[in-house]
Design a protein around this ligand. Structure first.
Ligand SMILES: *Cc1c(COP(=O)(O)O)cnc(C)c1O
Length: 441
């Protein structure tokens, strides 16, 4: 991979037709017009010695200054980024060379807050310059919906329409989705998550929607990956420089759509030290099978306790294969799959051994590293990305350790908060009518 410091970072589609875009254009377009995903044409070089570790925000601005050119990285953008990422990112040493990097201290308690909050502000700025408006349409069953609702709420020029399956999300998730927020319109759909996704797809094609300026905010958008690189830098530099660990640590990422892993790999290619990456999957194991056999095919989605990783065909796979030509991927990436039984057993074993309670997604990550060590595939220090707060999964915690975790104030406050939700059939015409009524589009 070519690395250099170029003043303007250009974004090209993985499919090679939609090329030469600025970051702003790539953000606004989302999915490239040729169906591919945007990646920087050249990865800028960042010298680890020049990166401040004084605070997460200081470090973030140092790293981003290499990724965003002078015309893009204005004082306004700096302020937006600082406002988007103003929450702590603690590193917790467990035992045995294992470190947890907690990414769940944002408003909706999962790492999705980093990407959603940054994207909302950057897109909002761009729209305010052109005077355009957007309706962000999202189907959600997990953490994306609440992060997008919270991140985009109150941003000028943007309204959010959330579709979630009635009875298909947990009580905590529903509480987070239907809390009343300015410019956010949650719809509880009579149907499954697949029905919600179908509605989104047909809205983009259906003529009765042509007057609505639709956009999406899922992890195909490059604006979500850029801020997600920052906590990899933070974690690695804190463990090596801060805690004095000598070997470059392995970085383990609980994975579904592989967006988070792609962000880590981009950080590494730009200069962040790492002793390799581990993709920790649940039984939705396409990527694990692919690393063993390049002819592997994607599967249909299987429901698990780590539901935010229930993805049969990961969308960011296309970015990863573009970043790694040929067989280079297998030298740096490894992957394995963890069952629900192993997830529950890991939660209780870690809790008993160290007093730390990981959420089910993070537990998949811990299990993956411990299993790799037992089998002799992995050695040395490892950082596990903790992608969600255990209190988002009280029932699973209870099954594993016999009690529910303490609820952070951010979650309990939502019990009393005003709610707003519209019940609706899985019908594209009814949805169009309701959306026009509520958004004025
Ligand atoms: C979204 C999510 C993941 C998976 O991240 P990808 O970028 O899709 O691989 C893992 N854990 C949690 C808690 C999530 O919300």
């Amino acid at each position: 991979m070519v690395t250099m410091n170029d003043l303007t970072t250009i974004y090209d589609s993985t499919r090679g037709i939609d090329t030469g875009r600025t970051l702003g254009e790539a953000i606004e377009t989302g999915l490239a017009t040729d169906g591919g995903l945007f990646l920087p044409k050249q990865i800028p070089a960042v010298n680890p010695e020049s990166v401040s570790t004084a605070s997460f925000l200081d470090m973030s601005l140092d790293v981003l200054a290499h990724w965003l050119d002078g015309t893009e990285f204005t004082d306004t953008w700096r302020k937006r980024v600082m406002d988007a990422l103003s929450f702590p990112v603690p590193i917790i040493p467990l035992d045995d060379g294992l470190f947890i990097c907690e990414l769940f201290h944002g408003p909706t308690l999962s790492f999705k807050d980093f990407g959603a909050r940054t994207m909302a502000r950057l897109l909002g700025d761009r729209l305010s310059r052109t005077g355009e408006e957007r309706v962000i349409l999202v189907a959600t069953s997990g953490d994306t919906g609440s992060a997008v609702a919270d991140g985009f709420a109150g941003i000028g020029g943007i309204q959010v329409v959330l579709l979630f399956p009635g009875g298909g999300v947990s009580e905590v998730q529903e509480r987070q989705l239907i809390a009343k927020r300015p410019g956010v319109h949650p719809f509880r759909v009579e149907g499954s998550f697949d029905d919600c996704q179908r509605l989104v797809k047909s809205a983009f094609q259906h003529p009765s929607w042509s007057s609505v300026p639709l956009s999406t905010a899922n992890s195909i958008n490059i604006a979500r990956l850029l801020p997600q690189m920052l906590y990899y830098w933070w974690a690695v530099l804190n463990v090596t420089k801060g805690l004095g660990v000598k070997d470059d640590p392995l970085v383990c990422v609980p994975s579904g759509n592989l967006g988070n892993l792609t962000a880590g790999v981009m950080a590494h290619f730009s200069g962040m030290p790492a002793g390799g990456f581990r993709a920790a999957h649940n039984v939705n194991d396409f990527f694990v099978r692919f690393l063993n056999d390049p002819g592997a095919v994607t599967g249909s989605t299987i429901r698990t306790l780590s539901n935010a990783m229930d993805v049969g065909a990961p969308s960011n796979f296309e970015r990863l294969t573009k970043l790694f030509p040929g067989f280079a991927m297998r030298g740096m990436l490894s992957a394995d799959a963890t069952t629900d039984e192993q997830t529950l057993a890991t939660m209780s074993a870690i809790h008993e051994r160290t007093g730390y309670l990981p959420d089910p997604h993070t537990a998949v990550g811990i299990h993956s590293v411990e299993q790799g060590r037992r089998r002799g595939d992995l050695s040395g220090p490892a950082i596990i990305m903790a992608t969600a707060h255990p209190a988002k999964f009280p029932e699973t915690c209870e099954r594993s350790i016999g009690r529910k975790p303490e609820e952070p104030e951010r979650l309990s406050r939502l019990r009393e908060a005003p709610k707003a939700v519209t019940d609706i059939a899985a019908d594209i015409h009814q949805l169009a009518e309701e959306v026009r009524l509520r958004t004025g589009a």
